[in-house]
Every structure is written in C-alpha cells, then in structure tokens.
Design a protein around this ligand. Structure first.
Ligand SMILES: Nc1ncnc2c1ncn2[C@@H]1O[C@H](COP(=O)(O)OP(=O)(O)O)[C@@H](O)[C@H]1O
Ligand SMILES: [Mg+2]
Length: 243
C-alpha cells in the first residue's frame, strides 16, 4: 500500500497571522486518519489546502503523489470534500439532491444512477429520501451530505468535522457510516474533529494539532502509551504540555 497524503513543513499565513506553522504528517492508503485539535488549531486550513481550495504559503502537500498546487486539477478528480459548514438544497428531496450532485461527476445516466443508488445505501435514510431536505433533522442532513461525498467512490474523502453539532446518537450513526463505508470500499479518509474521544473509535491513526503545529501522531494506542494517558484527550493535554 502506498502513501495517500504527504504533508511536509506546511505553512499558511493569513496576513501576518500564522495559521499553520510547519505541519508535517502522512496518511497511508486505506486509512481513516484523524486530524484532531481544539478550535482554531488549523484543521480546516489544512483540509482546505489538501482540497485545493486555498494555496499554502510554503511547504508541500501531495495527494497520491500529486502536488495540490501544481496538479490541482488531477487532485480534484480523485477526492471528495465535505466542508465544515456544508448544507444541502432544502427544496429538493434527499434523493433528488443525490441525483443533482451525481450529475456533476457522472457522464451518463447509468453512472449517475449507480452513484445515486450507492448514495441512498450509504445514507441509511431509507424512505425518508423521498421527503424534502428541509424536514430533515440535523443528523439526517449530515448523513445525506456524507453520502453525497462518498457515493462518487473517491480515492480520498476529506470530511471536515463530520459529527460537529450532532447529539451522541446522531454522531454515533455518522461515525458508523463513515467507518463501514470507508473500510468496505477502501476509501482513504481524513476527518477532522475537536472531539478527541470519538476519534479513538473511528480512526486508525491520528495527528494531534495545536496552534498550527502537529504535536504528535500515531495510532490512538501508541499515543496513549507514549503520553501515559487513559485516552486521547489526556494524551493531547500531555503532548501540548497543557495538562
Ligand atoms: N481566511 C482567513 N483569514 C484570517 N484568518 C483565518 C482564515 N481562516 C482561518 N483563519 C484563522 O486561522 C486559525 C485556524 O483556523 P482553522 O483552520 O479554521 O481552525 P480549526 O478548523 O482547527 O478550528 C484560526 O485562528 C482562524 O481564525
Ligand atoms: Mg475547522
């Protein structure tokens, strides 16, 4: 298996503010990788650079060997990006929304319908897909958006805070659908979260980020052992010397 994401000494300045101060990490093919840290740590900035939405100030970011700046078009073809603040079209039904979005990726009706069918399956929304999105709960909307991101079978899925704002039951289901689908279909996935406990269940490996710096990376077990901690939250506090 190869390397899916390589990030090296990545920096991003907004004016004279340094949002990323030389982040370095890598993600292996078929991994579910977590970028974990508090609000303002630089998670969204990192994911937006990987998603080719913004350019780094310096450093390297590659997706399956393609540079996100020089080969941005190639990178866009192999990834699917779910922004932190994504919404769906309220006046479409869930199924219409999936079909509308599939139209941007598929070039014929058979492929479109295969994507819609996959999306319906991944969403787990069943008959509710016939209903308009504006009647969905927050958890149902999130499932629809994640299904939209995954139905195109990207080589890389970038999911920015896929469980934020959900209650424990909704978040449980969303984590389950990501894990099931990514593992079944072999989709390399990078998720961000400010919830350090949930990622232990979801992610094979994680990077802890704080104030634009990756402070540690490894499997949840490796990090807990290294920082002599009972969970990743405590490991984070130890790694950042805030504990
Ligand atoms: N477009 C921008 N202009 C100025 N500052 C920004 C911009 N985007 C992000 N930042 C700042 O960069 C830091 C990291 O933001 P972000 O990557 O969104 O963090 P996270 O996703 O971990 O919460 C924050 O302090 C944020 O205010
Ligand atoms: Mg963010």
């Amino acid at each position: 298996m190869g390397t899916a994401i390589k990030v090296g000494d990545l920096r991003k300045n907004f004016g004279d503010f340094e949002a990323l101060k030389g982040a370095t990490f890598s993600v292996e093919e078929n991994e579910i990788f977590g970028l974990i840290g508090p609000n303002g740590a630089g998670k969204t900035t990192t994911l937006r650079i990987l998603g080719t939405l913004i350019s780094p100030s310096s450093g390297v970011a590659e997706v399956f060997g393609h540079d996100v700046v020089k080969d941005a078009n190639r990178v866009r073809e192999i990834l699917s990006y779910l922004p932190e603040d994504a919404g769906a079209y309220q006046y479409l039904s869930g199924e219409e929304y999936l079909r509308f979005m599939a139209g941007f990726y598929a070039h014929d009706k058979t492929t479109t319908e295969a994507m819609v069918s996959a999306g319906k399956d991944i969403s787990g929304l069943g008959d509710r897909l016939k209903d308009r999105v504006n009647g969905y709960s927050r958890g149902m909307k999130r499932r629809l958006l994640i299904a939209r991101a995954l139905m195109i079978k990207p080589r890389l899925a970038i999911l920015d805070e896929p469980t934020s704002g959900l209650d424990v039951i909704q978040a449980y289901h969303v984590r389950g659908m990501i894990k099931d689908y990514a593992e079944k279909m072999g989709v390399t996935t990078i998720v961000s979260s400010h919830n350090m406990l949930e990622v232990e269940y979801l992610c094979h490996r994680v990077a802890l980020i704080n104030e634009g710096v990756i402070v540690a990376q490894g499997t949840p077990d490796e990090l807990k052992t290294k920082y002599n901690s009972v969970n990743l939250e405590q490991a984070f506090m130890e790694a950042t010397q805030l504990g």
